[in-house]
Design a binder for this molecule. Sequence first.
Ligand code: ADP
Ligand code: TPW
Ligand code: MG
Length: 578
Amino acid sequence: MATSDTNTTPKAPEYPEQVTGMDILVRALRMVGIDTMYGLVGIPVTELAYLAQDRGIRFVGFRHEQQAGMAAATHGYLTKTPGVLLTVSSLGFLNGLTATANATVNCYPMIQISGSSVREPIDLQQGTYEGLDQLAMAKPLVKAAYRVNKPEDIPTAVVRAYRAAISGRPGGVYLDVTTPCLGAIMQGADADKLFYQPVDLCPAMPPAPEAVKRAAELLAGAKKPAFLFGKGAAYAQVEDKLKALVERTGIPYYPMSMAKGILPDNGPLSALSCRSTIMEEADVVVLVGARLNWLLSRGHGKWSDTVKFIQLDIDPEEIDINRPIAAPVVGDLASSLDALMAALPAKMNMDPTWVPTLQAQTKEKNTKFAQRLAANADAMPMNHWTALGAIKPVMAANPDVILVNEGANTLDDTRDTLDMTLPRHRIDCATWAIMGMGMGSCVGAAVATGKSVVAIEGDSAFGFSGMDFSTICRFKLPVTVVIFNNGGIYNGIGVNMAGNGDPAPTTLDIHARYDKLGEAFGAKTYYVTTPAELSQALTEAIASKAPALIDVQLGADSGKESGHIGYLNPAALEKITV
Ligand code: ADP
Ligand code: TPW
Ligand code: MG
């Protein structure tokens, strides 16, 4: 900062005499607090990224836009502020849009900013450079989409994109910035007048008192109640309020995959192993930032006919989507939980046998699970359980490490084996169950939090984003990528029924040495075939706080078709509608 000690020193202009749309865009992003941008440059956004880097925005450049988008989405999820993705026009935009759409489905806040070509020849389809009507493509897939054509409109556009991304239900927002707009020149003094500090970018949305009263009465009268936490609760950062509510009421809780760790998975009131019993026997279930979508059988299937739902969600349109909700509480979770806590009577009516029943079941399931791990502990070649048995104590000794996890068996078995004790420490393929969130999520998690990250990846899953391991290495992030190589999608024993020598549709490379890929980018790498080697490699890799890659050799027969959701395969679908 320049300082002046006399009145005669002319005041340095805030900005140079003339500024471009790019200058204005960077300044507008800074004004709303954006300090990081993930992306991949080229015409027309290269100079924009250089400017951003120069003016205090960390620019994290990727090898593929989808991964930059996954990083931005993860950043948004973990920080409750929008992650920003920067892409070039046409295919770069489309590559990134897959991540922005995925963020929207998962309620992660992010803003994809894409350069786009000159409007007129796009509209008349005259074959301009990278011409694509990007705004029209983005619109159906994102929460909100805007185009900015004039530099004067940039600050407003950025504030609107920011508000749309984080207010109400968070989601992905697309901001299209045309090449002429990026390059347009304005007088700095005129540009100065465009900026303003927006007020209350993510307003609280307290619920209606009648809704809270209705929910409190229903909960207070419940005999066999349960809380069901979703990733909306993790996102909302309300763990302290949930802890108080659980302690006050003594009601057990069941976390969805990414809600694991909001309260400890192994806490006395955790009903993590009692999903079926809750579905079949609970009389009142409180959905806290969780949707009754396919991941909860859409409220049907095993759910009892008589269970009553209380649903705490910020989005009124979420209520009743599959099953009538007896007591909707629409509002932001922080406000709703405060209000619910205040409205609860001193005395609850829980059946005194409910919690002990769940605790006994938990104990029994845990014993069975430990037996399963023990039975596989010495399997050679290793299977998923052997590897996870080795990983479990290492992760337990490093509870503040963020876990990224994707695959089929690799996803399901890891989720079931590794207890989480801290909120927002598990990031996975989430609502769409998509592959290809791995490396980007690792980068986003490490950059956004400064914490160490361990990714546990199926060999197929890793293939979707593997090249961006190079980004982990270039940015020297404390990320360890563990690859479970069973030689395929689900396993490596698929049979090509044509017998023509081509691999089967699910077959990949059981002998691939993924560690050599890590070597190419200068990471510390390991190739392990035994649980002892795996345990040592992971311990060392986490302690190094540097990029590392562990290639875990499994047997090709480890893993079942479609993991835990084989019942969704078409041949099984006549039995169940998802
Ligand atoms: P899960 O997959 O873990 O069950 P979902 O993604 O299905 O979780 O549900 C998350 C829900 O949380 C969404 O319906 C979303 O509207 C809601 N949500 C997100 N942020 C908030 C918030 N701050 N307050 C209340 N609800 C929220
Ligand atoms: C974008 C379909 C679901 S799970 C999976 C695929 C390809 C990979 C499973 O193999 P992996 O794990 O990762 O080796 P494991 O332990 O079972 O062997 N394309 C996208 N998303 C999805 N979900 C698929 C394909 C799929
Ligand atoms: Mg596999």
